[in-house]
Design a binder for this molecule. Structure first.
Ligand code: DQA
Length: 149
């Protein structure tokens, strides 16, 4: 790994800290700590570092995206409920001008109609939904290919 390589930011929105116990029939039994471990391992195998963060607060996520603007090589984001209404997160991603992969554990398109709208998809290069926790690894895999390609 080159010393100057910027990390991949993996950002998580509200209630994802409850993964493992929150509606396991929808979101699975994998915890966010498990996801972080798997994502770090996959990125490290390709020589990339990860900054992993979860917040229940929209403004904190906006701050982390703004930080990523100069500190990150790319962003993986599961904005959780903010997906469906946050223009602030949309705008922050737009300003970041980085490769973005949007991840959802569940297939949001097979759920309630309000989950079918994503403001984040407008700024995403790739969207992964319904692959469960593995979706995060797929997102990193995709970025490793595109960042190195
Ligand atoms: C989610 C889907 C969102 O609709 C929901 O609000 C979440 C999790 C997912 O990963 O499937 O909190 O982003």
């Amino acid at each position: 790994m080159t010393a100057s390589r910027r990390p991949i930011y993996v950002l998580n929105g509200p209630n994802l800290n409850l993964l493992g116990t929150r509606r396991p029939e929808v979101y699975g039994t994998t915890t966010l700590a498990d996801i972080e471990e798997a994502v770090r391992a996959r990125a490290a195998a390709g020589g990339w570092d990860v900054v992993f963060h979860q917040s229940n607060h929209e403004g904190v996520l906006v701050d982390r995206i703004q930080e990523a603007r100069t500190a990150a090589a790319a962003i993986v984001i599961n904005p959780a409920a903010f997906t469906h209404y946050s223009i602030a997160i949309h705008d922050a991603l737009e300003a970041a001008e980085l490769p973005v992969v949007e991840v959802h554990l569940s297939n949001v398109h097979r759920r309630e109609p309000f989950r079918h709208t994503s403001y984040v998809s407008l700024q995403a290069d790739a969207v992964i939904a319904g692959a469960g926790a593995f979706g995060y690894e797929l997102a990193v895999e995709h970025l490793l290919r595109t960042l190195e390609g």
